[in-house]
Design a protein. Structure first.
Length: 107
């Protein structure tokens, strides 16, 4: 199981995710495996950005299940088969900007 993006596209996607995370992440919850949940500040601009991420990831990683839930925050739930865990971890790391992100709020 692998992402279908070329190396250059992957680096750009990671930069885009990092930029979103720096501005808007409230918290990250990974626990012991899948799913991962990243909570963002709730506003229309962030929702639109998350919708773009979900659409883009559906093209390159169709084995992932990504869902946005509305409430006091916008929660992005990322799930998939067990062998997709490293890819989910990579997405969460890119968004949070840290490989030591589990349970921590973004900056």
């Amino acid at each position: 199981m692998a992402c279908s993006l070329a190396a250059g596209e992957l680096k750009q996607r990671e930069k885009d995710l990092e930029a979103l995370g720096r501005r808007e992440v409230i918290s990250v919850s990974v626990g012991n495996g899948l799913p991962a949940v990243v909570s963002f500040r709730a506003d229309s601009e962030t929702r639109a950005a998350l919708e773009r991420v979900v659409r883009a990831e559906a093209e390159c990683c169709p084995f992932l299940e990504m869902k946005i839930s509305d409430g006091d925050s916008l929660d992005l739930t990322i799930d998939g088969p067990a062998d997709a865990a490293p890819i989910v971890e990579g997405l969460v790391d890119a968004i949070s900007g840290s490989p030591d992100r589990a349970g921590q709020a973004g900056s």
